[in-house]
Design a protein around this ligand. Structure first.
Ligand SMILES: [Fe+2]
Ligand SMILES: [Fe+2]
Length: 284
């Protein structure tokens, strides 16, 4: 295969009670049906809040199962819980093995590697990083073994959280610690990747669309396919809109297109948290 068309969706945050997010997913689904990429990757937060409401994971899986193309998944903090950080308050729901197992049962592997169009694709569970869970150490061991066979091919890395804001040495700040891979595992990961031809890092999580490069390494922040977060809740770094990202990989290059599926709406998180949405929940 000399061309590989990949669609990244992210942060769909599905829940049976949140009809507006299901409507956005249906727009996405129609667009995928029309464009028929070779693969869809959801880079995490498939569920609105699985640790608090396990049915969200099941509902999200059922909608993804209806997509007409193959899919791969990575966990988000709203699927399996969040990373412990050095700065800022501890997460309200830290990542743990029980929730990780529930994710594995619903969506399959939380890390993967495959090859297409001359590229080497790696997907990682970014939430176990800095957790001290056995799964964190196992993943690093697994990654070391996988990278040993990359053999000069360009590498594309997918994970839920961006590695950093602008540069690898960015400090962990209390106000934004939950947004990025924590510094200690970030350093370890970047050290391991130094030996391969890393060209692309694609993430989700921030609910903002961004496309920038750090010393030639392209970094794509996929927007949420579900909702945007207002400026009063979250600083504006890039573009706040719902949508998706389309990639076309050929043996030595990648094209990136930033896309909104027809009909997608910029649902605001505040709308979802209003009492009327809670009434919807009670009614369902
Ligand atoms: Fe999210
Ligand atoms: Fe997230």
């Amino acid at each position: 295969m000399t061309e590989f068309r990949l669609t990244q969706i992210s942060d769909t945050h599905l829940a049976r009670r949140l009809n507006k997010l299901t409507a956005n997913f249906e727009c996405l689904s129609d667009h995928i049906d029309t464009t028929r990429p070779d693969l869809v990757i959801n880079s995490g937060d498939m569920a609105f809040d699985a640790p608090g409401s396990p049915d969200d994971l099941e509902f999200a899986r059922s909608l993804h199962d209806a997509l007409p193309v193959p899919c791969r998944y990575l966990p988000g903090n709203h699927d399996i819980g969040d990373n412990p950080t050095q700065a800022g308050p501890p997460p309200s729901h830290p990542v743990n093995e029980k929730d990780r197992q529930a994710y594995l049962a619903a969506f399959g592997d939380d890390r993967w590697r495959f090859e297409a169009a001359g590229w080497y694709f790696v997907g990682l569970n970014s939430l176990v990083m800095n957790s001290g869970l056995l799964a964190e150490a196992e993943q690093f061991d697994w990654l070391a073994a996988e990278l040993a066979s990359a053999r000069g091919r360009p590498v594309a890395l997918f994970l839920h959280k961006p590695l950093y804001l602008d540069a690898p040495d960015d400090p962990e700040l209390a106000a934004s610690a939950i947004r990025y891979v924590p510094p200690a595992p970030r350093r370890r990961l970047l050290e391991m990747l130094r030996g391969v031809d890393l060209r692309l890092v694609a993430s989700g999580h921030v609910h903002q669309r961004r496309d920038y490069s750090y010393r030639g390494l392209r970094q794509i922040w996929a927007p949420s396919a579900g909702f945007v977060i207002s400026d009063k809740r979250q600083e504006r770094i890039a573009l706040k809109e719902t949508g998706l990202v389309e990639y076309r990989f050929t043996p030595d290059s990648v094209e990136v297109r930033h896309v909104r599926a027809p009909g997608m709406v910029d649902v605001d998180l505040d709308e979802l948290l209003k009492p009327s949405s809670r009434a919807e929940k009670a009614a369902s």
